[in-house]
Design a protein around this ligand. Structure first.
Ligand code: R5P
Length: 283
């Protein structure tokens, strides 16, 4: 087996090679003057099980994955496993309106062309795994996020909506604290309404756990409501920290005490490593 890291996930690839005690391929990459991407796998991987690690966000990282897959196939890899720490486009998982694509399906089908199996982390909806035309499985970062939060004196874990309640239920068993959910109504891509129901958060340290922070709208509204109801500290945590636009400013202005993300999308908030979740799935 050999691990091959794309530029979006080079640190995870390194962690994975250490965790599994298998070599990390040397890749040479550059951009041509017209900005097209070039990559070369500088190892003999003929007959090897190649594990390519690459988050498919933002768009240029999808192209990089496609050509890395082709490089592995052309080099004669006997098996190609694709690890996608964050699978972008997952939220367009259906035709919400006539004429729209199912973007998650479009990307999944293309990745499947040169893949024997796909492993991803906390996909937005589990059923998108069926869009892949090869074996696709997922793991969850919730336990690792909970281990990080365990030292933060958390009194209550909250999901931003009822659909995400299962995540905080799992995490609460590790932290040993109460858990609940808020009521979220999405108005449009950037606006949500959050009601904390009748939660008693007065003087409590609260952590919100979500799969994605994108614009930060969901979390900012939640923080605002929780602080209004007397919460002492509010931590926000997610698997995939996209932090689009002025998301960080929105979170800090709302009174967030700490922002926590895993490293599926690398940023300065990537405080939780994802490799302990992924490694056991690779064989
Ligand atoms: C929605 O269903 C997801 O779980 C997240 O709550 C959402 O993607 C967060 O987006 P934003 O940060 O833009 O509010």
């Amino acid at each position: 087996m050999i691990i091959i890291g794309g530029t979006a996930s080079d640190k995870i690839a390194l962690d994975l090679s250490v965790e599994l005690d298998v070599p990390l391929a040397e890749t040479i990459s550059k951009r041509f003057p017209d900005d097209e991407f070039y990559v070369r796998i500088n190892n003999n991987i003929s007959g090897e099980h190649a594990v390519i690690v690459q988050t498919t966000y933002p768009d240029n990282n999808i192209i990089e994955l496609f050509i890395l897959q082709n490089a592995a196939k052309e080099a004669g890899a006997k098996k190609i496993t694709i690890v996608i720490p964050y699978f972008g486009y997952a939220r367009q998982d259906t035709k919400f309106r006539d004429g729209e694509p199912i973007s998650a399906k479009a990307i999944a089908e293309l990745i499947s062309l040169n893949a024997n199996e796909v492993i991803t982390v906390d996909p937005h909806k589990e059923y998108i795994l069926d869009f892949f035309k090869t074996t696709a499985i997922s793991c969850s970062a919730v336990s690792e996020i909970a281990k990080y939060l365990k030292d933060k004196n958390i009194d209550m874990l909250l999901a931003p909506d009822k659909g995400a309640l299962y995540r905080v239920k799992t995490a609460s068993k590790i932290i040993n604290c109460e858990f609940d959910y808020m009521e979220k109504t999405r108005i449009d891509g950037e606006t949500v309404e959050i009601k904390p129901k009748k939660l008693d958060v007065h003087n409590k340290n609260v952590a919100i756990v979500d799969d994605i922070i994108s614009t930060g709208g969901t979390m900012a509204k939640s923080i605002h409501e929780l602080k209004k109801h007397g919460a002492k500290k509010v931590f926000v945590s997610c698997t995939h920290g996209l932090f689009a636009g002025n998301a960080i400013k929105k979170l800090t202005s709302a009174g967030c005490d700490e922002i926590i993300s895993t490293d599926t999308v690398q940023s300065k908030f990537s405080k939780v490593k994802i490799v302990p979740c992924i490694a056991p799935l690779i064989n």
